[in-house]
Each structure stands twice: as structure tokens, then as C-alpha cells.
Design a protein around this ligand. Structure first.
Ligand code: NDP
Ligand code: MG
Length: 387
């Protein structure tokens, strides 16, 4: 691909997850171009050990303090809750790819920017919780934040070639596992049902978030931050085939679409090589055998999307509160503690408690996140006790 170039040194966070493993696929496909200098995992030491053996990084972090590092090849180990941050600060690299799930990815993103590295961001929670603070830090450190989320990668690439200011951007949503279920069934659906995503194979939490559309709500907030647009100029449309990832509407009404096969390796590779477009072959979209359907989002089926817009419009602590309450509720649903429809009840109940307008510093963000988690747990136990 870029043979005479120096290898790009990558610190890969969340290497044991869905984004992490697909990033390693890319490094496998382009060994001359990329080198893994450090990896992080949380609770799967055996998977991490296999990756260390294959990619021979200098360092590895195991962030779940109760899990022992695996035996095997010698690397510099970073253990415990802030292991990833310490590793990022101490290990030299060109770019950090953050594929950690949830709010746990926030501080590692900041460690990457503070230590002068570019940040390829799959962890959308960083942008939802602290997007402006992160972008400001990136500007001051002259580092880039490159979106990995497929819709945002699509918009980023469209805007790079776009004449003038976009009138609006449109994110597509597959509609998740329950797009075609009768509404009256949603009270009875199981975790296994929710984990059957029609087009993408991803981690558990984001797959549940696709079924509720909390994922798209987070992506609306992520897009507002990344592209500096107000929420009313970020639209969502259902597109079951997931071939069009996003569209940009120009001032004259024309729409520009970004299309590819639904394969996360494409946006990951785009983030790792931007602004260059790498020559790659992860399969081409077969236009002659491809249908494209679009339909509006039914608010009765996906009430969390409306709540996400409310959080985006009101701002302050609310995006953090939305994310925290949804993390608590989605995890409880995955554990079988609450029903699918309770997820929205927990998020709504937590958001309506009344929240401060203050979300200016990283300390504010962490304070709001902790408080929102405590309150969401209380709302959740009220809902369960009322049964
Ligand atoms: P997975 O659940 O598959 O993987 C999550 C990764 O994060 C694992 O390596 C896991 O380690 C690690 N991790 C989990 N909890 C913690 C923690 N508390 N501290 C540190 N590390 C932790 O998730 P995905 O790969 O699906 O998603 C990762 C991020 O990317 C999310 O923000 C998601 O929204 C975003 N994203 C994902 C897409 C996808 O296709 N999967 C698409 C677009 C965005 P371990 O497994 O060892 O416990
Ligand atoms: Mg996405």
C-alpha cells in the first residue's frame, strides 16, 4: 500500500473487542504500514495473550484489576483501572485507536491527546461526554481526532471533498433487531433476540443500543460535536441495508451519499490513513445486486432517539446523563435484570430529575457521570420495586 513510508505506530485500546479485533485484521493485511506498539484489554487475558504473541507489542494493559496477566511473551504490563492511561503516556506512538466500550474510554482518549498522539475514535462516548473539551485539547496540541464510527467516518470523508457549508447531515440507522417486530411484542423480547443485529456484528452493548436506537441518539450527539452543527441539522433515517452510511445535503438541496459494504474495517482503515485514501480490497459494494430503502424513524418504536435529541438540544450535563443512564440500563437488560422497555424508562426517569448546566471541564464531566449512574440505579430500583 504505502511501502516507502515509515510504519505507523499504533496503540490499540480495547484490542479484545469487536473494533479491536477488526483493527488487528487491518494490521495483519498491511504489515509494512502499521505496527502495534501496545494493546489493552479488560477481562479476557487469554485473548490478549494470543494477540501479544502474534503482534509482539512493547507493552500491554489489563485494566480489570482482578484479572491476572497471562503467562507468555514478555511485555511491559500496565495493570488496573488507569493502566491504559499510564501506558499511553509512557509508550511512544503515532496514533491511539480507542475501541474501548463505554465511558471507560473517556480518560484514555484524553491521555492520547495530552501525550501528543493522534486519536482514531471508535469510542463515541468520548465525543458525547466531552467532545468540545477534547476538540479544544486536540487543537491546542495540534493533533487530530479521526472518527471511526461508520456514519461519522462517512461524513468526515464527504466533507473533506465538499464544496461549502452543508445544510444538514443525515445519519442512517439499520433499525436494529426489532425493526420489523410488532410494537406489542417489545415488552416480551429477550436479550438473545436483541443481540441478533440484522447487518453489523458488534459488541453486546452497542447491539442492544441499536435495537433501542440509543446508539443513533449517541451518534447524533457525536455528529453535532464532530462537525459543529446544531441537532436540528443532524437527521436520522432508517436504511435497513446499511450500505449508505451517511449523506450530506448541500445548500441547493442536492444530497451526497457515502456508500460501501457494511464492514467496519473500512472506516478503521480510513481513520488510520487519513487524509490519504488507502488502496485496499475488503470487497466492493455490488451495486447491481443492491437495494436501497429509506424510511422515517417511528418515534413510538424508538423513544430513546427523541430523548437523545433532547439531550443534544439542552446540552449541559444531559448528554452525559443520557449516556450514563443508558449504560446502566443496557447492562441491566443484558444481565436479565430489567426488560427491554425498561431501558427507556430508566433513561427518561434519570434525565427528568433536573440537571446542572455545567459540563465545561473534565472534572464536571466525571462528576456528572458518577452522579447520573447513582441516580439511574435508584430510578431502576424504583421501577423494579413498583412491580
Ligand atoms: P466490545 O464490547 O466488543 O469491546 C469492548 C472492548 O473494551 C474490549 O476490548 C473490552 O475488553 C474493553 N473494555 C470493556 N470494559 C472496559 C473497561 N471498563 N475499561 C477498559 N476497557 C474495557 O465493544 P465494541 O468493539 O463493539 O465497541 C467499542 C466502542 O466502539 C464502543 O464505544 C462502540 O460504541 C464503538 N463502535 C463499535 C462499532 C462496532 O462495529 N463494534 C461500530 C461503531 C462504534 P475485554 O473484552 O477484555 O473485557
Ligand atoms: Mg455507527
Amino acid at each position: 500500500m504505502l511501502h516507502r513510508r515509515r510504519q505507523k505506530r499504533i496503540i490499540l485500546l480495547g484490542s479484545t473487542g469487536s473494533i479491536g479485533r477488526q483493527t488487528l485484521d487491518i494490521v495483519r493485511a498491511f504489515p509494512q504500514d502499521f505496527r502495534i506498539v501496545a494493546l489493552s484489554g479488560h477481562s479476557r487475558p487469554d485473548e490478549l495473550a494470543r494477540q501479544i504473541e502474534e503482534f509482539e507489542p512493547i507493552a500491554a494493559a489489563l485494566t480489570n484489576g482482578t484479572v491476572e496477566p497471562p503467562p507468555g511473551p514478555i511485555v511491559r504490563w500496565y495493570r488496573g483501572g488507569n493502566g491504559a492511561e499510564r501506558m499511553i503516556r509512557e509508550i511512544g506512538a503515532d496514533i491511539v485507536l480507542n475501541g474501548i466500550a463505554g465511558a471507560a474510554g473517556l480518560l484514555p482518549s484524553f491521555a492520547a491527546l495530552e501525550s501528543g498522539k493522534d486519536l482514531a475514535l471508535a469510542n463515541k462516548e468520548t465525543m458525547v461526554m466531552a467532545g468540545e473539551i477534547a476538540l479544544d485539547l486536540a487543537r491546542r496540541r495540534r493533533r487530530r481526532i479521526l472518527p471511526v464510527d461508520s456514519e461519522h467516518s462517512a461524513v468526515y470523508n464527504l466533507l473533506a471533498r465538499f464544496p461549502g457549508e452543508p445544510a444538514e447531515i443525515i445519519l442512517t440507522a439499520s433499525g436494529g433487531a426489532f425493526r420489523d417486530r410488532p410494537l406489542s411484542d417489545l415488552g416480551r423480547v429477550t436479550v438473545e433476540d436483541a443481540l441478533r443485529h440484522p447487518t453489523w456484528s458488534m459488541g453486546k452493548k452497542i447491539t442492544v443500543d441499536s435495537a433501542t436506537m440509543a446508539n443513533k441518539a449517541l451518534e447524533v450527539m457525536e455528529a453535532c460535536r464532530f462537525f459543529g452543527l446544531p441537532p436540528r441539522r443532524v437527521k436520522v433515517v432508517i436504511h435497513p441495508q446499511s450500505c449508505v452510511h451517511a449523506l450530506v445535503r448541500a445548500a441547493d438541496g442536492a444530497l451526497y451519499a457515502h456508500m460501501s459494504r457494511p464492514d467496519m474495517r473500512l472506516p478503521i482503515l480510513a481513520a488510520l490513513t487519513a487524509p490519504r485514501v488507502a488502496e485496499s480490497d475488503f470487497g466492493r459494494l455490488d451495486l447491481e445486486n443492491c437495494r436501497l430503502d429509506f424510511s422515517p424513524v417511528d418515534p413510538a418504536r424508538y423513544p430513546l432517539l427523541e430523548l437523545g435529541y433532547r439531550a443534544a438540544e439542552e446540552g449541559g450535563a444531559l448528554p452525559v446523563v443520557f449516556n450514563a443512564a443508558n449504560e446502566i440500563a443496557a447492562a441491566a437488560f443484558i444481565e436479565g435484570e430489567i426488560s427491554f422497555l425498561d431501558i427507556e424508562r430508566v433513561v427518561d426517569g434519570t434525565m427528568t430529575l433536573g440537571w446542572p448546566n455545567l459540563n465545561r471541564s473534565l472534572d464536571d464531566v466525571i462528576f456528572n457521570d458518577n452522579l447520573a449512574r447513582r441516580k439511574a440505579r435508584a430510578v431502576m430500583s424504583d421501577i423494579r420495586n413498583a412491580r
